[in-house]
Design a protein around this ligand. Structure first.
Ligand code: GTP
Length: 595
């Protein structure tokens, strides 16, 4: 059997395409607000809803009631720093509502979110919004969506997506792209959700399995775990077990359950398979943990949580300069505030340091941490932050650093400079493809270290027209002898029989050799480069098994001159072209790429 009156969906939209306006309009034109008035006072008494408001613009879960039916709408963060969270949200729903601006069309920022939706085989519905805009081109936009879906590997069924044309601003929608057919109704959207998105299976007769996918927090009830009841039932007073990630099991009596009404969280007595609910009063319940019945202690598969890869030191700014804006913040206040953040953010770590009033804060990326800093400042916290640093780890005895998968869309004319800029940051190109309409799509694997400060450089490189996303890919061995931001060398490849080895040669610092990870240093290998007069001389080692060779050590190296007379600049430019500068002996080549 199925829960025919219930649907769980996620909403995906590029910034400003109208997600908030649309959800508000769906709420307004539903029966949710009436229900609130009926339930309102009671809910307010027990739950102090007023105090909880204003935490988020769009709640993590918005429940829209249409007659006796309910649609749960989960918001998705649109930025790739939050890949794990997106994945977990997609695991709680059965379909997605993609909102696209009828003028702007598809925006690649939402690509990674959509990709996660297709990976979970979710049913998509497309809402082409803002059809009232002058210059709106709704039908072309649908074609763009189709192209994007194909590119992301949507299957046949998903390509057959329903489309609704809407003006969230005017509260109108229609199945017809013609603006004349727009009526003041959201019914086409409600109907399509119920018609095409699968209803949750009613497995409420099975043993309880409720899994927490998101966290929330409030001062009155503390830690709140939001998730989906996958099987069984849960009600106030039940004895349950929380299956922790470390395999331990903690027993609780259920004292607090929340459901959703509009944007508000309300007390409920019970919930069953298919419901999206929240629990509190189970200590530090966390993401991925399963609440089960003690007789059937079976956990659901663990959910992915993004590990922090970047850290910064936060310091209280307690130098008491007169006239300083913002309130004075004590170490204690900052600590409390940071600890509170940990209640809702599983990808954040906070550690105290040896220094009074300073904490080491680790997160997913620059955006993740900058949002936190921005929020703190807005709340009146004055603090100083250090430059971000990536977090190194030792994995099985090997020092490793984080790498990110980078996706880029750039107008064709900037492709060259984008490739160069990432090559300097130790990026390895994985894929390059022309979209056919004047832009090129690039994929790189880049050490996270290399991406610090890249967003700004990228924006100016592409004059603001490029689009840049990155997701954590893996920890891999540390790139040795590399300091991001130094432009001081060339990549040299040496062919020896069947193998090609790469050496990175210093230029500015004349002769210090930089070795690419995995590079074997051997006799005859290029270890340095010097420029003098109009020549570049390339140094080759005579010694075996050397590391960090200094080419100035004449006893151990021999010099070869490039066959052309060039200034250093010309040489570097030459190397930068997609050509090889042959040097003798024949197996040594200087490849393009300046570091
Ligand atoms: P973020 O929350 O910032 O990601 O944006 P959002 O996707 O929630 O967009 P939001 O609803 O805030 O709308 C962005 C802007 O578009 C606002 O100025 C809206 O008034 C406007 N807007 C939303 N829907 C429509 C529409 O149907 N037509 C027109 N012309 N403008 C709209």
């Amino acid at each position: 059997a199925k829960r025919e009156n219930l649907r769980n969906i996620a909403i995906i939209a590029h910034v400003d395409h109208g997600k908030t306006t649309l959800v508000n309009e769906m709420l307004k034109q539903s029966d949710t607000l009436d229900m609130r008035t009926e339930l309102g006072d009671r809910a307010l008494d027990t739950n102090d809803i007023e105090k909880e408001r204003g935490i988020t613009i769009l709640a993590k879960n918005t429940a829209v009631h249409v007659g006796d039916k309910q649609i749960n709408i989960l918001d998705t963060p649109g930025h790739a720093d939050f890949g794990g969270e997106v994945e977990r949200i997609m695991g709680m729903v059965d379909g997605v509502l993609l909102v696209v601006d009828a003028f702007e069309g598809t925006m690649p920022q939402t690509r990674f979110v959509l990709k996660k939706a297709f990976e979970q085989n979710l049913t998509p519905i497309v809402v082409v919004n803002k059809v009232d805009r002058p210059g709106a081109r709704p039908e072309e936009v649908v074609d763009e969506v189709l192209d994007l879906f194909i590119e992301l590997g949507a299957d046949e069924d998903q390509l057959d997506f329903p489309v609704i044309y809407a003006s969230a601003m005017n509260g109108t929608s229609s199945y017809d792209p013609d603006i004349q057919t727009q009526e003041h109704t959201m019914t086409p959207i409600f109907d399509t959700v119920f018609k095409t998105i699968p209803a949750p299976e009613d497995t409420s007769d099975k043993p309880l399995q409720f899994q927490v996918a998101l966290l929330d927090y409030n001062d009155f009830v503390g830690r709140i775990g939001i998730g989906r009841v996958f099987n069984g039932k849960i009600k106030i007073g039940d004895q349950v077990s929380v299956m922790k990630l470390d395999g331990s099991q903690h027993n609780f009596r259920v004292t607090k359950l929340f459901g959703y009404l509009g944007l508000d969280r309300v007390d409920i007595q019970e919930a069953e398979a298919g419901d999206l609910i929240a629990v509190s009063g189970m200590d530090e319940i966390s993401v991925g943990e399963t609440v089960v019945s003690p007789d059937h202690p079976e956990a659901l598969p663990i959910l992915r949580i993004d590990e922090p890869t970047l850290q910064m030191t936060f310091r209280t700014n307690d130098s008491p300069f007169a006239g300083r804006e913002g309130k004075f913040v004590t170490a204690r206040q900052l600590e409390d505030r940071l600890m509170r953040e940990l209640h809702t953010d599983v990808s954040l770590r906070v550690e105290s340091t040896d220094e009074a009033g300073a904490w080491l804060v680790s997160g997913r990326g620059e955006l993740h941490l900058s949002i936190l800093i921005e929020n703190l400042r807005r709340e009146g916290f004055e603090l100083q932050v250090s430059r971000p640093e990536v977090i190194f780890r030792n994995i099985d005895g090997v020092d490793s650093e984080p790498f990110e998968a980078v996706q880029i869309d750039t107008p064709d004319e900037y492709t060259g400079s984008v490739i160069d800029s990432l090559a300097q940051r130790k990026g390895e190109m994985q894929n390059m493809e022309s979209t056919g309409n004047g832009t090129t799509r690039l994929e790189f694997l880049v050490p996270s270290r290399g991406l610090i400060g890249y967003a700004t450089e990228f924006l100016s490189l592409t004059r603001g027209y490029g689009i840049y996303n990155h997701t954590f890919e893996k920890y891999a061995p540390v790139v040795k002898n590399w300091e991001p931001g130094r432009r001081n060398g060339a990549l040299v490849s040496i062919n020896q029989g069947a193998t090609t080895t790469y050496a990175i040669m210093g230029v500015e610092d004349r002769g210090t050799m930089f070795v690419h990870p995995g590079t074997e240093v051997y006799e005859g290998m290029v270890v340095g480069m010097n420029s003098r007069d109009n020549d570049i001389s390339v140094n080759v080692t005579k010694a075996k098994n050397m590391t960090n060779v200094r080419s100035s050590n004449k006893d151990q190296t021999a010099s070869i001159k490039t066959p052309r007379d060039m200034t250093l600049e010309e040489s570097l430019e030459f190397l930068n072209e997609d050509e090889y500068a042959e040097v003798t002996p024949e197996n040594v080549r200087i490849r393009k790429q300046i570091l």
